[in-house]
Design a protein around this ligand. Sequence first.
Ligand code: ATP
Length: 201
Amino acid sequence: MVQQDNRVILFGGTFDPPHVGHLLMAQLALEQSAATTVWFLPSPSPPHKRQERVTDYQIRKEMVAALIYGYDGLVLTPFEEQLDSPYYTVDTVHACQSQFPGHRFVFLIGSDSLIQLPTWKDTRTLTHSIEFLVAARSGYPYYKTLHQVQQALPGLRAKLLEMPLLDVSSSFLRPRLLAQKPTCGLVPDAVLEVWKKWHEQ
Ligand code: ATP
């Protein structure tokens, strides 16, 4: 029998910067599942963002640590740094499953990322390997998105995370931070301090 403490939610992302959307979805995922831990897995170099300039991995890790500080069960797990680039989700999931055979994993994702799933590496293997917990995102209603993705990937197993739509994204916040404009609480102060420490020296 699988013990409750062995259930882990994997939360992959770029986190450039991490924001309240990430924090809320992780917290709600913990509350709405039998898992006791959410592993934040910042990607050292996200394969789908190769054309974009991404903030240094060290800074993103520090920002994630600042985001989740004080939240029980939310853990920074820089697991992908021990893997070889490129960092595809299917490889990360399999590495987690083989290194932690007693754990049962679920993958937390936004519906805007879910719609991209058919373009990811080895998606049939991935969807066979792990179940998804999905937070709806503006423009990607859950059931419509799920239906569309299941046409391409009939084996996809997914559950809806109950969460109010929170229309905040790193790509909205990044230029504001670079321009030193207020982010009005969408990026917690502790995260802002890390950002400033690295960007305003
Ligand atoms: P960007 O705008 O640069 O694409 P992002 O805000 O989507 O960044 P990521 O680090 O890429 O942040 O996201 C990690 C995961 O969290 C993805 O699966 C994404 O869909 C999901 N996510 C991020 N923000 C939200 C949000 N506000 N609501 C629901 N899901 C979210």
